[in-house]
Design a binder for this molecule. Structure first.
Ligand SMILES: [Cu+2]
Length: 396
């Protein structure tokens, strides 16, 4: 109802009509306007209620006649991290992680995602901040188009109670010079908007988030993509210090929190800010263009357009996202390239991980021993609410 209250609050106060035929006429006109506004408000309020039941809200955005592709997503409870409840999204219940799987779309594509809520009701109850708040998880996305039915909020009724499923429809609307549609290509993210309270703050803090890449047809494709989420309590993907990097040192395999590439591969990063803190994202040894893709286009036969600055550090606030591609180890060679928040008290607190660049054969050349610079007590978890780093799992 807040939207309607806002509108009423915004309306200028009606002046008191005074005597005189001209004043009376304009007074009557005002009454008509007031009556029409009241009628519209009532219809609008009805519309909002109807959205809950799906009567008026379209199932899919304009331009998406039917989904081009469909996929499954599962929200599951993961092993606790110290005392912290952890939840994750997965394409199967078994591969759930935080961050969740990076989802890719191309402009023009319409994607149907069926989310199944496998998180026990008792766990959701523990995360709830208000006993009147419904139990459920959701999928809320940034950047692409969706209707109220795919908003992933309690207010629109578009969430998933425990044990149930719901299909969300996302449309990567393309650019359109005729209509002025901006297009949706970019680096975005998705997250829960329901667990714990009306903004999913507890769902986000528990791990229900992931990256979304929308490409424009013709965009260069990377060899691998990593989503890196900066959050509160000096956390990267809700972890701190050595815990940010889950690579097996002898045989690192690419994964949500094992950032590894061979020299020469195109590595793409999706960088997302969650929580309440400001951060800066810095990657050692690599730089990118401050553009939509992190790359520079060609123009007039010249190899590059020289009007965009090249950066290796970028500010990141809550809800922000950006992305880019780099050529791993280009000119700098293999090694353990640090990736960290450049707010010094954050990096000193453990907000740092590694991009491991192997040589072309997939081996780490000798002499590159792997150690994380961690301050005492920072090699551990970074829960969004009220935990400490004492539950560290220091890797040997
Ligand atoms: Cu930071």
């Amino acid at each position: 109802m807040s939207a309607w209250r806002l509108r009423e609050d915004d309306a200028p106060a009606e002046p008191t009509p005074t005597a005189g035929p001209e004043r009376r006429r304009s007074g009557a006109r005002r009454l008509l306007v007031v009556a029409a506004t009241v009628a519209l408000t009532l219809v609008g309020a009805g519309g909002l209620a109807a959205a809950r039941t799906g009567v008026f809200s379209a199932e899919r955005p304009d331009g998406c006649a039917k989904p081009d592709r469909s996929t499954q997503l599962y929200a599951v409870e993961l092993p606790k991290d110290g005392t912290q409840i952890r939840l994750g999204y997965g394409t199967t219940p078994q591969n759930a992680s935080y961050p969740g799987p990076t989802i890719e779309m191309t402009e023009g594509e319409c994607l149907a995602i069926t989310l199944t809520n496998m998180v026990p009701a008792a766990t959701l109850e523990q995360l709830r901040t208000d006993p009147a708040h419904p139990l459920g998880v959701s999928l809320h996305v940034h950047g692409v188009k969706y209707t109220q039915l795919s908003d992933g909020t309690v207010q629109s009724g578009s969430f998933v109670p425990p044990g149930q499923s719901r299909t969300y429809t996302w449309y990567a609307q393309p650019r359109n010079n005729r209509t002025g549609a901006l297009g949706t290509a970019g680096y975005w993210w998705y997250h829960d908007h329901v667990v714990g309270g009306p903004h999913g703050t507890q769902g986000l803090g528990a791990g229900l988030f992931g990256g979304l890449v929308v490409r424009r047809p013709g965009d260069p494709k990377p060899d691998r993509t990593y989503t890196v989420v900066f959050g509160d309590r000096q956390s990267i993907n809700l972890r701190r210090g050595a815990a940010t990097d889950t690579c097996d040192q002898q045989n690192p395999q690419p994964g949500p929190t094992c950032l590894v590439a061979r020299k020469g591969e195109q590595v793409e990063f999706v960088v997302v800010g969650i929580g309440n803190d400001m951060h800066t994202f810095h990657l050692h040894g690599h730089s990118w263009a401050d553009t939509r893709t992190g790359l520079l286009g060609k123009s007039n036969g010249q190899p590059f357009v020289d009007d965009t600055k090249i950066i290796d550090n970028k500010p990141l606030g809550p809800g922000d996202s950006f992305g880019f591609q780099v050529t791993a180890g280009d000119s700098v060679g293999p090694g353990h390239w640090m990736l960290h928040c450049h707010m010094q008290f954050h990096s000193d607190g453990g907000m740092s991980t590694m991009l491991h660049v192997l040589d072309e054969s997939g081996a780490m050349p000798p002499g590159h021993d792997h150690s994380h610079p961690t301050a005492a007590g920072t090699a551990g978890t970074a829960g969004a609410a009220g935990t400490d780093g004492a539950t560290a799992r220091r890797r040997s």
